[in-house]
Ligand binder design. Structure first.
Ligand code: ADP
Ligand code: ZN
Length: 518
């Protein structure tokens, strides 16, 4: 099993089969580990160059490298790419006839193949060759799919633990672009490779500008965004299929080559969308998160999140599809409180509700950040930037704080007076002295703070109250009709005159793109 290989051989192999002159980052250390017969866990951002970490060893190993991959739709492309480079590769999955499948097994038995891609649910069919006579290495691609902690859990991945048990001498390499510490440990445990060497690359994608805007007239904002970037490719992620359709229709009506992509389309339709995008026939794809995994398009110039994603792993992976060529790219997130509430509803009653809510909270903190966003994003992956990045909206246009103590006192005392029985909208209506049915039916116009915040617009109040939530003075009781409750620390503000610093909405949530503001 042990293959002692010098660096020159590795470089020659890299050049001969993949056409590159040098390894990136940790690629060579990873490859040496695998060739040395040791297990490895590779955490590398999308576009970082994970594939070569198992494809190059596969060329040098005597036997077969088995690649477990969830992406049946992309296996053929991956295999075609390898064949074009002169590497004997094939795939084995449920899309093939029994004869085709048998032919693959025969090829392996004849030692004609170097790489075989297989879907986890089809593994059982490979039993005849699943032994150390034939197999030299096992690669688990998109390894986060094994963990219910990750964002893309697939039950079929959970049975993969048997591989290490039945083939303990065969090196295993697990690869993913997403993993917080908990997911990483879960991957190692479930695959039975807890002693594997871990290779964690930097997640910093410096070329991607990070920006968050309020979800106000999103379509208009997107149209202006596109006007400034004619003919550039991008993806607009939406929460629902319906939104992908309505957004793409609106953009198409403006003459933009936009289309939509979601799991409700047929296999052929989805393939066509992907191809048209890859070959620049479509400029904009409005998609659900079903789009993008494994898509190798280097010149995606921007990614917009029309809706808030449910966690930072997913968000990071989705924006990581921009700028894989290293050129300047843009990630724009629209932040809407309605989205947060909707996502909360999705997690209600889910088995791991608490974990999911905690992750959603981190996502929200990112969206509402008043300090460098990249620092927040990277710290989620356990990476700490010494300096502010200079390439996010907060860095480029730091929010101006002012003394918001009086505003805070008005809002918090209103929450106190309705005894935590009203949600954020009603609190703002009371402050502004609104006369709608809810206010009148519940005699909220009798509350002593009724109308004391007339001079502040509804949107501005929303912005201030959200900050009070973020600063921990009040909280949303998600299980109690989203009513606002005071927390202990609100007492400091209400009774001890503690100062509260707020940011002006016009500064944080400007509608113009960050470049235009400089
Ligand atoms: P990942 O699977 O991590 O998203 P890929 O393996 O698809 O990334 O690689 C991303 C891109 O980088 C591909 O186009 C690949 O050919 C290229 N690449 C990988 N390694 C190198 C290298 N050492 N030098 C130059 N380009 C590389
Ligand atoms: Zn920054």
């Amino acid at each position: 099993m042990r293959t002692s290989i010098d660096k020159n051989t590795l470089l020659t192999t890299l050049k001969t089969y993949f056409g590159y002159d040098s390894f990136r980052n940790e690629q060579s250390a990873i490859i040496e580990t695998v060739l040395n017969g040791e297990d490895a866990i590779v955490i590398m951002p999308t576009g970082g160059g994970k594939s070569i970490c198992y494809q190059l060893p596969a060329v040098l190993f005597e036997g077969l490298t088995l690649v477990i991959s969830p992406l049946i739709a992309l296996m053929k492309d991956q295999v075609d790419g390898l064949k074009a480079n002169g590497i004997a590769a094939d795939f084995y999955n449920s899309s093939q006839s029994a004869e085709d499948q048998q032919a693959i097994i025969d090829q392996v038995a004849n030692r004609d193949l170097k790489l075989l891609y297989v879907a986890p649910e089809s593994l059982a069919g490979l039993n005849p060759i699943l032994n150390k006579t034939y197999i030299s290495c096992i690669a688990i691609d998109e390894a986060h799919c094994i963990s219910s902690w990750g964002h893309d859990f697939r039950p079929s991945y959970q049975q993969l633990g048997f591989l290490k048990k039945s083939l303990p001498q065969i090196p295993m390499i697990a690869l993913t672009a997403t993993a917080d510490k908990a997911t990483r440990e879960d991957i190692a445990n479930q695959l039975n490779i807890s002693h594997a060497k871990q290779f964690i690359s930097s997640f910093d994608r410096k070329n991607i500008t990070l920006e968050v805007r309020a979800a106000d007239k999103r379509l208009d904002q997107i149209k202006r965004f596109l006007e400034k970037r004619p003919d550039t490719s991008g993806i607009i992620y939406c929460l629902s299929r319906k939104t992908t359709e309505s957004v793409s229709t609106s953009l198409a009506a403006e003459g933009i080559k936009a289309t939509c992509y979601h799991a409700g389309l047929s296999f052929d339709e989805r393939n066509k969308v992907q191809e048209d995008f890859i070959y620049d026939k479509t400029q904009v794809v409005c998609a659900t998160v079903a789009f993008g995994m494994g898509i190798d398009k280097s010149n995606v110039r921007w990614v917009i999140h029309y809706n808030m994603p449910k966690n930072l792993e997913g968000y990071y992976q989705e924006i990581g599809r921009a700028g894989r060529d290293g050129l300047k790219s843009h990630a724009l997130l629209f932040h809407s409180y309605a989205d947060v509430l909707q996502l909360r509803r999705f997690t209600q009653g889910a088995g791991n509700e608490e974990v999911q809510n905690a992750k959603l909270d981190r996502m929200k903190q990112y969206a509402e950040a008043t300090t460098c966003r990249r620092k927040i994003l990277l710290s989620y992956f356990g990476e700490f930037l010494a300096e502010d990045c200079g390439n996010c909206d907060v860095c480029k246009n730091p929010p101006q704080f002012f003394d918001g103590t009086i505003l805070a006192q008005k809002a918090l005392s209103t929450i106190a007076r309705v005894k935590g029985k009203e949600p954020i909208g009603a609190i703002i209506d009371i402050l502004r002295g609104a006369k709608n049915a809810h206010i009148l039916d519940h005699q909220l116009d009798q509350v002593s703070t009724y109308g004391i915040g007339k001079d502040v617009s509804w949107k501005d109040w929303q912005h201030y109250v959200l900050q009070l939530i973020n600063q921990g003075y009040c909280e949303i009781a998600f299980h109690l009709r989203n009513n606002l409750h005071l927390t202990e620390s609100s007492k400091e503000v209400l009774f001890n005159g503690k100062k509260v610093r707020l940011t002006a909405p016009t500064e944080v949530l400007k509608q113009e793109p960050v470049e235009a503001r400089k």
